[in-house]
Design a protein around this ligand. Structure first.
Ligand code: HEM
Length: 412
């Protein structure tokens, strides 16, 4: 039986049913109190109508990985997805992976790598998706199941993409409150998939840059601006149905969504030398309150028609929020769920290699993300401070039933 990570040691010496000492010297076993221990706000259900990690509240840590498939065998792919689902369910419940007791011989590597041992579930969500390329592999026989909306993103204005940080056959997004928990999730899924998939690229994120729930306070991005204010919130079921959840296309995608990721470098040193007025006019919001320029409060509507004494719009014509707002886009909206990152130093500039790992969920990438970026990439004042260096698109299937596995109906 899988063990609760946190429960494992605290159960020692209390004589709980089923506790014993394995050959490797670890405590093994299970008792019903394990389940109760991690219940509460720190655990997000893995199974459900939709995969967790889209509309569920955004915790502060991300590990995102993109994998390439190394097999042309449909059965091998399906078997890996079955194993991944079992492991993901265990990890999101705060348990160790696998039949820990049965596996505990000193002669074999432990089934779980162990670094999340004693850590609680930490709101871990694990979300799986499939890139366009996986449907084009003749051996898998999946081409008839490829959704029309899963077309590779076209070249977009402002693209400076690095192929090594882009695309992939399968993605796994792990989000949690604890960086070790998300690392553990990706590491163990990669281990289980060894031989079937290889990791193409991965990204750690250290702070959320959006909210998906009215319960969450708006975080700040690396430009020091509140980010996520006008995002779609899960409580707005109508908006979720209209813009996020897929309701047509192959059966396996109904209730799913399309994930676009963009690794966006933010040129912090140039931003930091810009005046407060420039910074606020670039975004179209006040830096500290997050209110739209010309307004008092964060959640006030954008005064898009208002002009200042000089006759110019209070929110400039090229301000990010004006260009990105549904009011000026024929109604386009997306669900943003990105994270700040930093990966050492950009040696060519001698400055932090840092930015936004942008993640957006939507019903139709071409009509939503692509249409938005075609406009932003040309006109956005923010372009002076950012570079899009990585890009990927994945179809994220609907959620799993208890006992089922990810994308089951794709294989049945
Ligand atoms: C590093 C790059 C980016 C930064 C720093 C950034 C920052 C911000 C900030 C501070 C806001 C205002 C607060 C809010 O409503 O969330 C905002 C809004 C928004 N951004 Fe971005 N953003 C970036 C890239 C993008 C991209 C690539 C897209 C889509 C293609 C996008 C789409 C939006 C949308 C739809 C809004 C809401 C506009 C509204 O309705 O008011 N952003 N962004």
């Amino acid at each position: 039986m899988p063990l609760s990570r946190r429960r494992l040691l605290t159960s020692a010496g209390i004589g709980a049913a089923g506790i014993g000492l394995g050959a490797g010297g670890y405590l093994v076993g299970h008792n019903d109190a394990d389940a109760a221990e991690t219940e509460g706000t720190e655990r997000v259900a893995f199974d459900g109508e939709h995969q967790a990690g889209i509309s569920t509240p955004v915790p502060n840590r991300l590990h995102f990985a993109s994998f390439d498939l190394e097999t042309e065998s449909r059965d091998e792919l399906r078997e890996m997805l079955e194993k991944w689902t079992v492991a993901a369910r265990e990890m999101t419940e705060g348990k160790m992976i696998g039949d820990y007791a049965g596996n505990h011989t000193e002669l074999a590597p432990p089934e779980d790598t162990g670094e999340a041992f004693e850590l609680p579930a930490s709101n871990l969500t694990i979300t799986f998706g499939f890139g366009p390329s996986i449907f084009d592999r003749p051996g898998l026989g999946l081409s008839s199941q490829k959704p029309a909306a899963l077309k590779p993103l076209p070249p977009l204005p402002g693209d400076e993409l690095n192929a090594l940080e882009s695309d992939g056959d399968i993605c796994v997004q792990a989000c949690a409150d604890d960086p070790q928990v998300v690392f553990h999730a990706i590491r163990n899924l990669a281990r289980i998939g060894r031989g079937t998939v290889t990791m193409r690229w991965s990204q750690l994120g250290f702070g959320r840059t959006s909210t998906t729930s009215r319960e969450e306070t708006t975080p700040r991005n690396l430009f020091g601006m509140k980010d996520g204010t006008a995002n779609i919130k899960a409580e707005d079921q109508k908006a979720m149905d209209e813009y996020v959840w897929v309701d047509e296309g192959p059966d396996w995608m109904e209730g799913g969504s399309y994930l676009v990721s963009r690794r966006i470098r933010m040129v912090l040193e140039v931003w930091d030398r810009s005046s407060l007025q420039d910074q606020e006019e670039t975004i179209g919001r006040s830096k500290y309150s997050g209110a739209p320029l010309g307004e008092e409060n964060e959640f006030d509507p954008l005064p898009l028609e208002e002009k200042g004494l000089d006759g110019k719009p209070v929110i400039p014509a090229n301000a990010h929020v004006r260009l990105a707002s549904a009011q000026e886009n024929g109604g386009i909206r997306i669900l943003r769920r990105g994270y700040s990152f930093t990966d050492g130093v950009d040696q060519s500039l001698g400055e932090l290699e840092a930015g936004l790992f942008f993640i957006a969920f939507q019903k139709d990438p071409e009509k939503q993300f692509v249409a938005l970026q075609e406009k932003l990439g040309v006109h956005d004042a923010l372009n002076e401070y950012i570079h899009h260096v990585g890009s990927a698109l994945f179809a994220v299937p609907a959620g799993t039933k208890p006992g089922g596995y990810v994308a089951e109906s794709l294989f049945s």
